[in-house]
Design a protein around this ligand. Structure first.
Ligand code: GLU
Length: 435
């Protein structure tokens, strides 16, 4: 039975690189009908506060990465770690370093076997390290505290972990860990080290590059299934051209064979796109709920709300876009994008043209996408101007924004009266001398 585990050191935030490690462990275990476990490596008492642990648990729960057994807390396994150290001392694989006069007690060091070490990483392929590059190392500090390497290996043995899937930064440690397994007479698990997540400059992706923690994505309106989908693709591909996959589809397709060894570049635009695709699959009621939550006035007219949702569907990429991108549908007091006003409305003739467009639109009957578009095109031809000279000012006048859904669909949802009033108000407000 395949058993994988996620072994975070809680620090109060969960970096996407860590949660991607959790995800790959989870996907691999599920795909192989194995088990996925969680071990909280909370031996750093300063950082591993109960709140920090809670943050890890909450992130995993939100993403649906449910472990198959209750979590193991490393801090509660100290006796087992020290027993293992004792066993290593007795078998001659470890020795005490006398601190002598410092009186600080004796550290315990592991004796490296003095031969070349090699293993085949499931992502990086065969790796080796010469004996001279591996020195003895501390497994129990002079204050009696077990060191990471010992605790990590002893706990993986205890949890019967068959596959250790973790970040690239642990590749070098693995040579030491393998020597520990062997000295403890335990089967050596398979190892897979995942590529780093980097920014556009190829440096490790960090908070200063943008959202980097699971909590950021959650509070910014991303869907857990979209974040999972995106993180799965950050270093792996399903082997076909699918990019939008549900968690079940990811499980069905996942394999360590197609995990890339080279660094994976974080691309927020792609995540947004994937999130938008997942949003569109959600039922209308969920969309309504989020609109109501973001814009209290959205509740007033259910038919109008549905029309707005339909027209905004392919524009809303995450829930937090709703108030910014769709707020204008529900308020006459919408803000104007200053740059857009500067560029499009403060041009010579722009307001006069907008006024002419208003008069033409007032004649549209019915007020449909076809008639409003034909009206605008006719005016463009009659005046010998560019379509953009009409389209942009009109969009800004009725929405305040330089971007948004299809202009003519948006006009129809707003309705003729609102559109005409909004144009009037805009012309008034930005008429020369008014500001
Ligand atoms: N606590 C270690 C980390 O978060 C775990 C390494 C491992 O997965 O073995 O980097």
């Amino acid at each position: 039975m395949i058993r994988t585990r996620f072994a975070p050191s809680p620090t109060g935030n969960v970096h996407i690189g860590n949660i991607r490690a959790a995800l790959y462990n989870w996907l691999f275990a599920r795909h192989q009908q194995g088990q996925f476990l969680l071990r909280i490596e909370d031996t750093d008492r300063e950082r591993s506060t109960p709140e920090a642990v809670q943050t890890v648990l909450a992130a995993m729960e939100w993403l649906g990465l449910t472990p198959d057994e209750p979590p193991v807390y490393q801090s509660q396994r100290r006796t087992a770690h020290l027993t293992a150290a004792q066993q290593l001392l007795e078998s001659g694989h470890a020795y005490k370093q006398d601190k002598g006069a410092t009186g600080k007690g004796e550290a315990i060091l592991f004796r490296m076997p003095g031969q070349e070490s090699q293993f085949t990483d499931l992502v990086k392929g065969p790796l080796r390290k010469a004996a001279k590059d591996m020195t003895d190392f501390v497994i129990v500090r002079s204050d009696g505290a077990p060191v990471f390497h010992l605790a990590n290996v002893v706990d993986d043995i205890h949890m019967n972990v068959t596959h250790v899937i973790r970040g690239d930064d642990h590749t070098e440690n693995t040579f030491r860990h393998i020597a520990l397994y062997q000295a403890l007479d335990a089967p050596v698990p398979a190892f897979a080290h995942l590529p780093m997540i980097v920014n556009a400059q190829g440096k490790p992706y960090a908070k200063r590059d943008g959202d980097a923690f699971v909590g950021d994505f959650r509070s910014n309106g991303y869907l857990p299934e979209a974040l999972l989908n995106y993180l799965a693709l950050l270093g792996w591909s399903p082997g076909d051209d699918r990019e939008v996959l549900t968690p079940d589809e990811l499980v069905a397709a996942f394999d360590l064979d197609r995990v890339q060894a080279s660094a994976a570049q974080f691309d927020l635009r792609k995540l947004e796109w994937i999130n938008g695709e997942h949003l569109r699959k959600l039922p209308r009621t969920t969309h309504r709920e989020h609109y109501r939550r973001a814009i209290p006035q959205a509740d007033r007219d259910p038919a109008y709300l549905d029309a707005v949702i339909a027209v905004m569907e392919d524009r809303i990429k995450k829930w937090s876009d709703i108030p910014i991108m769709a707020g204008f549908f529900f308020s006459e007091d919408y803000p104007y994008d200053e740059k857009a006003v500067q560029k499009r409305l403060h041009r010579t003739g722009a307001l006069e043209l907008l006024g002419a467009l208003r008069e033409a639109l007032a004649q549209c009957d019915p007020f449909s996408e076809e008639t409003t578009e034909a009206t605008l095109r006719a005016l463009v031809t009659a005046r010998g101007v560019k379509p953009a000279d009409c389209i942009h000012p009109l969009r800004i006048a009725v929405s305040g924004l330089p971007f948004g859904p299809s202009l003519f669909a948006m006009l129809v949802v707003l309705g003729r009266d609102r559109v005409l009033q909004r144009i009037d108000r805009t012309c008034n407000r930005f008429a020369p001398g008014k500001e």
